[in-house]
Ligand binder design. Structure first.
Ligand code: URA
Length: 242
C-alpha cells in the first residue's frame, strides 16, 4: 500500500505537490471511487490516473540497445545519456532508472536498465559473475597467443593490483574477436587489449547473461519480466553456464 501522492510522484507522473492537485482535481480513483485524500493508502492495482492504470507500478526492467555516443552516467556535464531515449515519465521515476553496469560512450550494444536497486547491486557485485560477450575490432592482427593469456587469470591492467579474471577470447577474423568477461572493470576490454599492445577500434556488447539483443535496433528497448534474473532457470552467472 502506498500513499496516493507518493505513488504518483514515484511513478514519474508529477511532483508530490502536483499530485495533491491532481487528486483534488478528480483525476485519480481508487477501486473506481474518486479519491479526495492524497494521504489515502492504496494498492497500485486499484488505482486509475486519468482513467488508466498506473504506468509499470511494480517496476521497470529493460534491455536497451545502446547507440554509440551516449553515456550511462546521469551527470548532465558528461553529455547526452542513454536515459534521454526513454519516455519522460520513466526518467522522473523514484527509484531512478539506471543501468546494470556501464558501457562507455564509444561502445554500443546490450545494456540492462532498471529501477530495481537490489537487482543492480546483486548483478554488479563481483560475487555474481554474469558472463558478458563483446565483439571487438582491433588495429592489428589478433595473435592466437592472446587466447591463453586472457584465459590464464593473470593479466594485469595498468594501475590495478589484482589480475583480471579468466576471459575467453575467440578469434573471428584477423582483426575481429569475441571476448567473454565475467567482471566489469572500467574500460576493461579496451584495457585488456592495450595490455597486449593492441587498440580497440570498435566495441559492441552482444549479450548479458542469457539476454541477447535479437533484432532490437540501436536506441530501442524491450521490456523484460521483473523476475527475469530471479526466476529458477535464470542464466545469469558463469556458474549457471558451466
Ligand atoms: N569494456 C570496455 O572497454 N568498454 C565497455 O563499455 C565495456 C567493456
Amino acid at each position: 500500500m502506498r500513499r496516493l501522492d507518493q505513488l504518483l510522484a514515484n511513478l514519474g507522473y508529477c511532483s508530490r505537490s502536483e499530485a495533491r492537485a491532481w487528486i483534488a482535481g478528480g483525476r485519480v480513483t481508487v477501486k473506481g471511487v474518486l479519491a479526495d485524500d492524497f494521504g489515502q493508502k492504496a494498492q497500485p492495482a486499484d488505482v486509475q490516473i486519468d482513467g488508466a492504470p498506473p504506468d509499470h507500478p511494480e517496476g521497470l526492467l529493460l534491455v536497451f540497445h545502446k547507440p554509440l555516443g551516449l553515456v550511462c552516467s546521469h551527470e548532465a556535464r558528461e553529455g547526452p545519456n542513454v536515459y534521454s531515449r526513454l519516455p519522460e515519465r520513466w526518467r522522473k521515476r523514484h527509484p531512478i532508472v539506471t543501468s546494470i553496469g556501464r558501457l562507455d560512450k564509444d561502445t554500443s550494444g546490450l545494456l540492462v536498465l532498471t529501477d530495481q536497486s537490489a537487482l543492480v547491486h546483486r548483478l554488479t557485485s563481483p560475487k555474481h559473475k554474469v558472463p558478458k560477450i563483446y565483439r571487438a575490432t582491433v588495429d592489428q592482427d589478433l595473435s592466437p597467443k592472446w587466447i591463453p593469456l586472457f584465459a590464464a587469470g593473470t593479466l594485469m591492467l595498468t594501475g590495478e593490483t589484482t589480475p583480471c579474471a579468466p576471459a575467453e577470447l575467440r578469434l573471428l577474423t584477423p582483426r575481429e574477436a569475441e571476448i567473454t568477461l565475467t567482471e566489469g572493470r572500467y574500460h576493461q576490454v579496451r584495457r585488456m587489449f592495450a595490455a597486449v599492445g593492441a587498440a580497440v577500434l570498435t566495441l559492441h556488447r552482444e549479450s548479458f547473461g542469457s539476454l541477447e539483443l535479437g533484432h532490437l535496433a540501436a536506441g530501442q528497448w524491450r521490456e523484460l519480466p521483473l523476475d527475469t534474473f530471479t526466476k529458477p532457470n535464470a542464466v545469469t552467472s558463469s556458474a549457471d553456464l558451466s
